[in-house]
Write a protein that binds this ligand. Structure first.
Ligand code: SF4
Length: 229
């Protein structure tokens, strides 16, 4: 017998669910940014600068990180400079480039603004640890697919990192290895924006991805070949 509610696929339902979460995020982003006299893009820019490992960022980097055009990023930087939250100075290593960095007030604002997603984290906290790990793994796969299709900017995720060794260890809990910190970790610790990320070479990214999604096929058989540094 045909099960009820089979008129649409699970993928379709997932998209509907993600759209509802996206709507909540968009609404909150405008609300939180408006309370601070910023736009969502300006808020994201502050957060991006606060999370960066380099002392200063270039405009092209910021535009790529935000998934906006350089012109939009440039407008946001100019507005933040006027508000005293960001400094834009000539780069020491390139006379044509500018180093963009937070001022002290900008860093404080970035830390305060970072809390605007707390409402969503509270909802994520209600999931069991196992559910969180499965959900995160699924989202990582979707984000990687969107990156491959050029729909969203490439983010600094473990699954695209030179240091990532997927399914290197036996067992379900900590199957992966980060060669940067030389430690095992599990799906629940997969990172989406790691400051130590180094993008893997294009000719090795397919193999890295295959080893991540083929969980269990080589688990327990010893270390698999790693991307060369
Ligand atoms: S360096 Fe960061 S992104 Fe790369 S594998 Fe380690 S934790 Fe993941």
């Amino acid at each position: 017998m045909k099960a009820p509610f089979d008129n649409e696929s699970t993928a379709h339902r997932l998209v509907t669910a993600l759209a509802k979460v996206g709507l909540a995020l968009r609404t909150r982003a405008w609300q939180a940014a408006g309370e601070r006299g910023l736009t969502p893009t300006q808020t994201q820019l502050l957060t991006l600068l606060d999370g960066g490992s380099a002392p200063g960022a270039r405009l092209a980097q910021l535009a790529a990180g935000l998934g906006v055009t350089p012109a939009t990023a440039s407008e946001a930087v100019a507005a933040l400079v006027r508000k005293g939250l960001v400094k834009s100075e000539r780069a020491a290593d390139d006379a044509r480039a500018r180093d963009i960095r937070l001022t002290r007030a900008g860093r404080q604002m970035a830390r305060r603004a970072a809390g605007w997603t707390d409402f969503l984290r509270a909802a994520a906290d209600t999931l069991e640890p196992g559910e969180q790990a499965v959900f995160l793994r699924g989202l990582v796969k979707m984000i990687r697919e969107l990156q491959e299709r050029g729909e969203i900017p490439v983010s600094r995720m473990c699954v695209t990192c030179l240091y990532f060794r997927p399914n290197e260890h036996p067992g379900e809990d900590l199957p992966h290895h980060c060669a940067f910190v030389d430690a095992p970790f599990g799906d629940r610790s997969l990172r989406l924006d790691c400051g130590d990320h180094v993008v893997v070479a294009p000719d090795q990214s397919g193999e890295l991805w295959k080893r991540f999604v083929d969980r269990g096929s080589d688990t327990g058989s010893g270390p698999s070949p790693s991307p060369t540094q």
